[in-house]
Design a binder for this molecule. Structure first.
Ligand SMILES: Nc1ncnc2c1ncn2[C@@H]1O[C@H](COP(=O)(O)OP(=O)(O)OP(=O)(O)O)[C@@H](O)[C@H]1O
Length: 291
């Protein structure tokens, strides 16, 4: 396959055209064309501020693109809200895990089943409304919690989990909607080395089970280790694509990284602070939905 930005894939699950997102004078995302191959693990890399998370937000309905269109399994997805995108089979996790700390692990999983929407948050916690689905949802949650070795934590508050366990919970929760495409935003950030292999194994498992994976990551060892294909973004655009072994020596890629300031990894307390902010923002959103 040619290693050019936007190269066509044999069987793409996601096809993106001309997605632009501006913040004031800044063009955060300007992706002309990109295809994600079904059944593979694709890494999305690029220096800080390249637009990776913003691009994820557009594709998954968490933010509205200024222009552009994209199809998932041939179905147009631009303008579709996040919970419907998730229910269609395209689900994402967050860079700062949104596992609500004052809910139990199991309650977080139930929320996942509702497809990440604020409006169904209360319904998810009021089992009598959903009694018929309740048993099925709980047994799926238990199955996933066992797979991710979180079953012993079922009744614990998500806030009591370690950073790595929260990442596992995020991934397990995303699987509640039985997705076809799983989008992971920095799955390795803030994960203790002891959990690294286990997380890598879980990501590879997704592919073994026939799912497609698209993940944003700064950890190049992880990118090299598990990806089938790498897409590189810089200043909002896709600048290179290719297999992991060749992409890291690509001149355009090296230039993009050298030209950008690369932040040091977050410390534990910075991570904690950001997690708290993300939770407050999500809770505010839920309050807003209740009105
Ligand atoms: N809500 C927003 N308002 C204004 N500017 C924003 C907003 N979100 C992102 N940006 C800007 O858009 C650009 C792309 O940011 P984005 O977070 O998508 O990059 P990234 O590649 O995910 O970076 P990192 O690897 O550091 O997470 C940055 O310059 C950022 O400051």
């Amino acid at each position: 396959m040619p290693r050019e930005p936007g190269v066509a894939k044999p069987d793409p699950i996601l096809v993106v055209d001309n997605v632009v997102r501006r913040f004031g004078g800044l063009t955060a995302v300007d992706v002309k064309h990109v295809e994600i191959q079904r059944g593979s693990i694709t890494a999305l890399i690029g220096p800080n501020g390249a637009g990776k998370t913003t691009f994820f937000n557009q594709l998954t309905g968490f933010d509205t693109a200024d222009s552009g269109e994209w199809t998932f399994n041939g179905r147009r997805m631009n303008g579709v809200p996040a919970h419907k995108v998730a229910r269609a089979g395209m689900v994402r996790t967050f860079q700062l895990t949104k596992a609500l700390s004052r809910l139990t692990v199991l309650e977080n999983m139930r929320l996942g089943a509702q497809g990440q929407s604020g409006e169904s948050f209360w319904q998810a916690l009021l089992p009598f409304i959903w009694r018929s689905q309740e048993d099925e949802i709980t047994s799926r949650a238990d199955e996933l919690l066992a797979r991710f070795k979180l079953d012993a934590k079922r009744e614990d508050f998500a806030g009591s989990l370690s950073g790595g366990q929260r990442k596992l919970l995020e991934m397990a929760r995303a699987l509640m909607v039985k997705p076809e495409l799983v989008m992971l935003d920095e799955p390795m950030a803030g994960v203790n080395p002891a959990l690294t292999q286990s997380l890598l194994g879980h990501v590879k498992d997704l592919r073994e089970q026939g799912m497609s994976v698209l993940f944003v990551e700064h950890d190049m060892d992880m990118v090299r280790d598990i990806s089938d294909w790498v897409i590189v973004m810089a200043q909002g655009a896709v600048i290179a694509e290719g297999p992991p072994d060749t992409i890291m020596s690509d001149e355009r890629v090296i230039d993009a990284y050298l030209g950008a300031h690369h932040d040091a990894p977050l410390t534990e307390s910075e991570l904690e602070q950001q997690l708290q902010e993300a939770e407050e923002a999500l809770e505010a959103e839920i309050e807003e939905d209740k009105k």
